[in-house]
Design a protein around this ligand. Structure first.
Ligand code: XMP
Length: 514
């Protein structure tokens, strides 16, 4: 049976992935495509509905992102959001102009409850606005369905043609009833049944992989991170002992992480797969000795990783399939979906496929968002503490230590980080903070402990809230929690006499501390 889907047409707005996630939360499968996608291609995908995202431009300027009138004439329901709403109006004969009053932030919107989109929505509802242009004249056939004090057309619709325009952002959680509105669009207006569920995704994928692989041999590079773990377990479910997982311990993992990965995937774990742990710590430390420049560290770690993996792959010999834990944001960000220009090539250990003799790549998580990968992981029976693991960069602690990486510094940052994470969990903050970790500065300074003068390192604590990891703000951690972490680190971790909290947002900082 064909999977029913909704397409998100991306005009370069910052919330494009958020829109798709919210649709999937309504149990409707959804994919992101650039506004440049050919109309025939869109038609061929047979979508139940189309959502146009926001965008950074003014839609009336020369060369602005737009779409053809035909998109609105295919008989497929279309919902335009913010810029998408303005494009819809402009293309269909309305007018968009610079607004006399720019609206930004939480705004009270008055809605017309006779619109299907707003049925059961409070008549006065808080929505997230972010626009400098406004719809000054609707296209023929449309009627206003919402307004604010400053915005006469906060929403409009042509019910007969199933076209809906919303000036605010229902996908952002600040829009208090936004999910309900999106639910009305995809489930009621588009008529989607809501069959996209992780349990059926896992079951179907396992069967499909089993069929694809037959009695072939499969190889997986396991990092212990969420994505590769879920991919590996899915493959293990499908083909069991035909799968070999190679786990390279580069000595830059978090405290006890190598052993935890081995516990789950190794010989004594619940999965009947072939697990090879390569303890390559010494090799990595040797190559990193004396290196201080962050990019060079990344390069060395990446190259050495491939070398180690290659040696193992040679021992295993030719395989039929190589498993990769690519997830949907990777696909969108590498320019294959959407309009997003951000390419995080440095984020993945590059070159892996080239060093393995294989016929085909299997990417079982290619269509999933991170939270869906986690749900799939739980569905597959992976322990919660692995499934809800923090994002962790491929080069590991190598890029959380400023200056030269040594075994001693790795020990310090591992111990400090373990204390920090433990206290954050104890304070019940672990699921609310986007990403948090300890890093080691290269600064040593004088302190006093007991009666002794010390000359030790300063640890930096980082914690950020972020929607998409492209931008981030430092998280507000209660002072008492920071104090406990500070005093525990200084008391328990030899070599540390100061603790800093990093307040920097991204930009101008990055999330990692390198
Ligand atoms: P930055 O530091 O670029 O980090 O603001 C954004 C997000 O990406 C993660 N990150 C990486 N992930 N390999 C990865 O798999 C990498 O080389 C890498 N560098 C950064 C970082 O942890 C954050 O979640």
């Amino acid at each position: 049976m064909e999977q029913e889907k909704v397409l998100v047409i991306d005009f370069g707005g910052q919330y494009n992935q958020l829109v798709a996630r919210r649709v999937r939360e309504c149990n409707v499968y959804c994919e992101i495509y650039s506004y440049k996608t050919d109309l025939e291609q869109i038609r061929a995908m047979n979508p139940r509905g189309i959502i146009l995202t926001g965008g950074p431009d003014s839609c009336y300027v020369e060369g602005a992102a737009t779409c053809g009138r035909e998109l609105f004439e295919m008989g497929i329901p279309v919902l335009g959001l913010c810029y998408g709403a303005q494009v819809m109006m402009l293309v269909l004969g309305g007018r968009v102009e610079k607004a006399p009053v720019r609206e930004y932030g939480k705004t009270m919107v008055t809605v017309d409850n006779t619109s299907v989109l707003f049925s059961d929505v409070k008549q006065e509802t808080v929505c997230w606005m972010s626009h400098f242009d406004y719809i000054s004249q609707m296209a023929p056939g449309f009627r206003v369905t919402a307004h604010t004090a400053d915005c006469p057309v906060a929403a409009a619709e042509n019910r007969e043609k199933n076209l809906y325009a919303i000036q605010f952002h229902p996908e952002v959680l600040h829009t208090q009833e936004g999910t309900k509105m999106l639910h009305h669009f995809v489930r009621t207006i588009c008529g989607c049944g809501g069959s996209w569920r992780m349990d059926s995704f896992v079951k179907d994928s396992v069967l499909a992989i089993r069929e694809q692989v037959g009695d072939g041999k499969v190889l997986c590079a396991l990092s212990g991170g969420v994505d590769s773990s879920v991919a590996a377990v899915m493959l293990a479910r499908a083909v069991g002992s035909q799968l070999t997982c190679v786990f390279v311990d580069h000595g830059l993992l978090r405290k006890n992480e190598g052993d935890e990965v081995e516990e789950v995937f190794g010989a004594h774990g619940p999965y009947q797969l072939n697990f090879i742990r390569v303890n390559a710590q010494e090799r990595f430390y040797k190559r990193l000795a004396g290196v201080t420049e962050p990019e060079q560290k990344r390069k060395i770690i990446g190259e050495e990783f491939i070398r180690v993996f290659e040696e193992e792959a040679k021992k295993i010999g030719a395989v039929d399939y190589l498993v990769q834990g690519t997830i949907y944001p990777d696909v969108v960000e590498s320019g294959l979906g959407g309009e997003s220009a951000v390419i995080k090539s440095h984020h993945n250990v590059g070159g892996l496929p080239d060093c393995v003799d294989f016929k085909e790549i299997i990417e079982p998580l290619r269509s999933l968002f991170k939270d869906e990968v986690r749900k799939a992981g739980l569905e597959l029976g992976i322990p919660e503490h692995l499934v809800y693991r923090q994002p962790f960069p491929g080069p590991g602690l190598g890029i959380r230590i400023i200056g030269e990486v040594t075994q001693e510094k790795v020990r310090i940052v591992q111990d400090a980080d373990a204390i920090y994470r433990e206290e954050i969990v104890k304070a019940g903050l672990d699921r609310t903070i986007g990403q948090y970790f300890a890093a080691l500065t290269n600064m040593r300074s004088v302190g006093v402990m007991g009666d002794e003068r010390t000359y030790d390192y300063a640890v930096a604590l980082r914690a950020v809230n972020t929607i998409d990891f492209m931008t981030a703000e430092s998280a507000e951690i209660p002072w008492e929690v920071l104090q406990i972490v500070m005093s525990r680190i200084i008391n328990e971790v030899r070599g540390v006499n100061r603790v800093f909290y990093d307040l920097t947002s991204k930009p101008p900082g990055t999330i990692e501390f390198e």
